[in-house]
Unconditional design. Structure first.
Length: 270
């Protein structure tokens, strides 16, 4: 099998991490997500450049399985500053991404806003971000800076600035990260700098990384939608279909629970 194209560091880093054990079903899920992640960044033999090759070729089939162990990775923490949407939303999309990843930027600009407008705003969807820096020191620095912006309630504004068209080409050096924080409306830039360089930022990013490697992600962006793995910057239709299927399943499950409670109450009244 050919090697993945992004960088040799990426493949070395991914292979050096020990997979986490969430349950027996995750072994299969990790293999699946690892495979589609490989396809998302596999060398393009058509003669086109990496920037013009389509990430849309890499996805799980809509009819493949949903893994309950992976669905449990949703934190649903009301205090999570790197999440948006109701904590009790029936569907949770977990995104593992890197600020130096071009396909992540494509998702952030072209797809995510539509999902927010259609599903987050009406309470159907919650989006939880996981920092998954795999492209070196600047990726790590941007991840810590995004976390630091989140400590002042400006993560999504920083996210939008960092993924703006042409932003990643300017790099993520210290001065550039400060400029992005200013653009995002971070109020206390001194605190931002301290938080960016803190052990807490490193620990938070490291925790997200370990989770990503543990489920078999080897490229960015990678996603879980109620336990269904999806890899690559897919067309919006791929996400809407997965979200709507997950929402319908959640409604059916809740209706069944409601019927069970009603029958229990009736039996108790007899």
């Amino acid at each position: 099998m050919p090697t993945s194209q992004p960088t040799s560091k990426t493949s070395r880093t991914a292979s050096s991490k020990k997979p986490l054990i969430y349950g027996a079903g995750v072994v299969l899920a990790a293999a699946l997500l690892g495979f589609v992640s490989y396809r998302a960044t596999a060398p393009d033999h058509s003669g086109s450049s990496p920037s013009s090759s389509s990430a849309a070729d890499a996805t799980t089939d809509p009819e493949t399985g949903v893994y309950p162990e992976l669905a449990k990775l949703a934190r649903r923490d009301a205090g999570d500053k790197l999440a948006q949407g109701r904590v009790d939303a029936p569907v949770v999309l977990i995104e593992y991404a890197d600020f130096k990843c071009g396909y992540c930027g494509k998702f952030a600009r072209d797809t995510e806003p539509a999902l927010v407008k259609k599903y987050v705003d009406d309470g159907t969807l919650r989006i939880e971000w996981r920092n998954f820096p795999i492209f070196g020191a600047e990726s790590e620095a941007a991840a810590r800076a995004a976390w630091a912006a989140g400590q002042q309630g400006r993560f999504w504004q920083f996210h939008r600035a960092a993924y703006a068209e042409g932003a990643k080409e300017k790099g993520f050096g210290k001065d550039r990260l400060k400029a992005l924080a200013q653009q995002a409306g971070v109020a206390d830039l001194d605190r931002f700098a301290r938080d960016t360089d803190s052990s807490a930022a490193s620990a938070a990013v490291g925790k997200d990384q370990e989770q990503g490697y543990g489920i078999g992600a080897t490229s960015t962006p990678s996603f879980l939608i109620n336990g269904r793995p999806i890899a690559g910057a897919q067309p919006v239709e791929t996400f809407t279909r997965a979200i709507e299927e997950a929402a319908e399943k959640a409604r059916t499950t809740e209706d069944a629970k409601g019927d069970g409670r009603a029958r229990g109450a009736e039996d108790g009244a007899k």
